[in-house]
Design a protein around this ligand. Sequence first.
Ligand code: NAP
Length: 396
Amino acid sequence: MTTNARRISILGATGSVGRSTLSLIEENPDNYEVQALTANRDVENLAATARRVRAKAAVVADPSAYGALKDALSGSGIEAAAGNAAVIEAASRPADLVMAAIVGAAGLHPTLAACRSGAAVAFANKECLVCAGPLMLAEVARHGTKLLPVDSEHSAVFQVFDAARKGSVSRIILTASGGPFRNWPRARMEGASIAQAVAHPVWSMGSKISVDSATMMNKGLEIIEAHFLFDMPEAQIDVVVHPQSVIHSLVEYHDGSTLAQLGTPDMRTPIAVALAWPDRMPVIGPSLDLAKIAQLTFEPADPVRFPALALARRALQTGGDAPTVLNAANETAVASFLGGRIGFLDIERVVEGALDALPKTVPGSIDDVVAIDKEARLFAEDFIGSRLSRRSVSIG
Ligand SMILES: NC(=O)c1ccc[n+]([C@@H]2O[C@H](COP(=O)([O-])OP(=O)(O)OC[C@H]3O[C@@H](n4cnc5c(N)ncnc54)[C@H](OP(=O)(O)O)[C@@H]3O)[C@@H](O)[C@H]2O)c1
């Protein structure tokens, strides 16, 4: 470790993005000094990682995991803590960079704390921007926070978007792999199993985002994320399905020039862009071999088989609390699907039901967002319990 090492904390250190981040840090040990690592309750991985990278603190959100964490860290000198307040405190520790990689709206308060801390924020946790976009961006502006997108599509746009001449941008084009059901008819999707839904053809990710990719709600959330990150109207954000996931997204300018960012589909690249920005860090991995890939293909997204895209656009057009409702209903429905309580296509039914019934206000504070999020989760639970017939969902 050198005196120029950047201090970094990782929220969601035991997840897919968190682990990829740590692998890059471990390949460049002189450049980073790990402050805090957080998880929900995966004590074993958190403690082992904290010891390996000599973190200063390790924190679990689940208070019942505190004893196990303390035992697992005993003799290491690493501080142990538990509870939501401790995760927020970890996010606020002095650091140069915070990786915000908690999944879902559970990351809202910790990510906000990171944005207020003076650190640059590597931004993976798209759900918190979807559920509280304008309020979160107001905090970012107030504290002069540097937001570094981690989603591969937004990292691509970030790298080719001329922010100083935003008026010359005519379109953002987000690419989508199409997910595991890209060629499935609706009737087959109705019986899709959990294992089939999480088996993404290109990317290896956590289970929630994998299901979102299968419904294409992930792309819908990304349209909302792009709208907030790049201040682009919804009508100027397009989606194209590109199954090879080599072009990670494009920006079209008024003169017809369209700039793209390409790379092998490996999350370590966009994470490395955020970790080293504005420099570049070496990443061990295969180079892009276009001659070997030979063909890049594109097709329009099918709005009939994937209505989640239109639901997300509708929430963004409605504005106010609609994106908060969309996100909370989707999180609840995805968790129910992963728990075997509802079928795959029920996810969009829950989200549509919530969007039909709930949006009515403009959240004026983060407390408002939390209250709307809670109401939408209760609505979604009730919708699942009362309106959706119990289906048999195969786990294998
Ligand atoms: N995976 C990708 O390739 C990818 C790509 C682009 C964007 N993203 C975005 O990055 C975020 C993380 O995705 P992921 O795939 O890495 O998720 P993941 O593998 O499911 O990991 C989620 C992380 O969040 C922690 N966590 C879960 N619930 C929590 C809570 N209530 N409080 C505090 N921490 C909690 C988990 O801890 P435990 O391990 O203890 O449960 C874990 O460390 C998501 O917003 C996703 O949309 C992911």
